[in-house]
Design a protein around this ligand. Structure first.
Ligand code: PHE
Length: 528
């Protein structure tokens, strides 16, 4: 029977029964109907004032199979007494084979304690009383009938001995309401044009609204917490005039990922242990303009300029990728632009190897080279995936997301970078930043960033930063007096802090629990 009809039948059953008697008792009149169904039917009727009902919560004491056995055959001690009585005289060790193991062990002690049996010598027993009163059996028989135990201590005792269990029963006492009728009246669910035109609406019987009904469960999609936090960071960047860089391509060449960043070709980061190399195809073209990225970046810049530009038209000096390549090679091999270089044999093949990008700084480099067409103050950011050949554990994955920002301007100082980072991280509730000298091949000076997390009440490492080296910026053709800040952090770290995730694999990768994602709060930053 479909649930809906079942419910209607029950509703009608209640009305029918109330026609024959004054008061219904749900446990007696509908013993087999689940409590939830009976309540639904009663609510339907009560909301129309057709019935009134009261709810009674009661504890019901039930016998267990063991105590049912005692009611039928007597207590363990009674069985022991009976066995001894029938035998006249019996050895203790023979009891289990007559009354069963359990009755022998429990009953024997009690029978002695009650003075129903007594010892004869060391291991023989005799009865010590005629017809003892089996009070345990009597007690349980009473409980079986009343389904209650009034003495709380006694109830506890019986529960501990596993002789009774307690269940909660809800009983409804139902009487007729002021609008009782033998049948549910026809109800209108809509106010129609006909009802209005005919005037029937004035006397029509409308189905009451059920304001307590829960809405239907929506099977909607949900944004992943990482994507929510990413959007929050985006908003912070946008509000400060940053332009988003195109990071859609995960594969890049050694040139953009390493060489252009003045990372020497024998640097450990370029080992197979640290970087994923692409085997098919294994090599890239020499660096050249990428129309897709170009178009995306043009769009992002155009929309940002509507907000921040002074509106003047500027001359552009097109990029010369060949010269860039040669200058990067020169600065590594022999030194240039006032640097003595690394002085090793630069291998073109190494530069052309395809890699899964190990940092988004590969894209920042591309954007800064592009900026050299028209060097001017600029702010760029990106938030996207990077890949490292790491051993996976609770805090490391072979892929994660980097948040990265670069700021190019004239006359920038390290103090300005610290100030900028202080303001930036304050948005995340991190205060009193501390900076620790660090090393990156492409920045000098370099600083690790630490912040005091008010929520967690401890110092945490939050990122890496620095001022890009002239060895990186000058081959691009950027003016000598232009300085560029750079900083990067993972997106996973702040997300884990915010959502209380201790294992990164719960957040990203194949172990992510989709229902957990659906239940996460939608807002990243707590309002003060
Ligand atoms: N690329 C660095 C990293 O992977 C972050 C960084 C970006 C550092 C820019 C300095 C400047 O951690």
């Amino acid at each position: 029977v479909p649930l809906e009809t079942q419910g209607q039948n029950l509703t009608q059953d209640v009305l029918d029964l109330l026609d024959t008697k004054e008061t219904l008792q749900s446990n007696e009149d509908f013993p087999a109907v689940p409590q939830r169904d009976i309540k639904a039917a009663l609510d339907r009727l009560a909301s129309r004032s057709m019935v009134e009902y009261k709810t009674l919560d009661k504890e019901q004491v039930n016998l267990t199979p063991e105590s049912e056995g005692i009611v039928a055959n007597g207590s363990h001690e009674f069985k022991v007494w009976k066995a001894v009585k029938e035998a006249g005289k019996i050895a203790i060790k023979e009891l289990p084979s007559i009354v069963g193991k359990e009755s022998a062990s429990v009953g024997q002690g009690n029978a002695f304690k009650n003075k129903w049996i007594k010892k004869d010598g060391t291991d023989l027993v005799l009865v010590a009383t005629e017809e003892p009163e089996d009070s345990m059996q009597k007690l349980l028989k009473g409980i079986q009938e009343s389904q209650t135990v009034s003495d709380a201590k006694q109830l506890n005792d019986l529960k501990k001995k596993r002789l009774v269990t307690v269940t909660k029963v809800i009983t409804y006492t139902v009487t007729k309401g002021p609008k009782y009728a033998k049948e549910m009246p026809v109800e209108h669910t809509d106010l129609t044009a006909d009802l209005l035109a005919s005037g029937a609406w004035e006397t029509a019987n409308f189905k009451p609204y059920n304001f307590a009904a829960l809405g239907a469960q929506q099977d909607a999609g949900a944004l992943h917490p990482l994507m929510k936090v990413r959007q929050e960071f985006r908003n912070i960047f946008f509000s400060q005039g940053f332009v988003e860089m195109p990071t859609g391509h995960f594969v890049d060449s050694g040139f953009w990922n390493f060489d252009a960043l003045f990372v020497p070709q024998q640097h450990p980061a370029r080992d197979m242990q640290d970087t994923f190399f692409v085997s098919d195809p294994p090599t890239a073209d020499k660096p050249r303009a990428d129309p897709d990225s170009e178009r995306q970046m043009d769009q992002m810049e155009a929309s940002s300029q509507r907000l921040f530009s002074t509106g003047d038209k500027r001359e552009k000096k097109p990029r010369d990728f060949e010269k860039y390549w040669n200058d990067v090679k020169k600065v590594h091999e022999d030194g240039a632009f006032g640097s003595i270089g690394y002085r090793y044999k630069f291998k073109d093949e190494e530069t052309l190897r395809l890699v899964l990008r190990t940092h988004t700084t590969a894209v920042s480099t591309w954007a800064l080279h592009r900026l050299a067409e028209d060097p001017r103050p600029a702010r760029y950011f990106s938030i996207d995936r990077v890949f490292r050949n790491e051993t996976v554990d609770a805090t490391h994955l072979a892929e994660f997301h980097q948040i990265e920002g670069v700021i190019a301007d004239f006359g920038l100082t390290l103090g300005g970078l610290q100030r900028f980072l202080g303001d930036f991280f304050a948005n995340m509730g991190l205060e009193n930043l501390r900076f620790k000298p660090a090393y990156n091949p492409y920045t000098e000076p370099s600083m690790e960033i630490f912040g005091y997390h008010k929520g967690l009440k401890r110092w945490i490492e939050i990122g890496n930063s620095g001022m890009f080296r002239p060895e990186m910026l000058e081959p691009m053709g950027l003016p000598k007096d232009m300085r560029v800040y750079g900083f990067g952090l993972s997106l996973e770290r702040p997300t884990m802090m915010k959502y209380g995730v201790s294992n990164i694999r719960e957040l990203l990768g194949h172990k992510v629990d989709l229902s957990w994602i659906k239940e996460q709060p939608a807002v990243r930053f707590d309002k003060e």
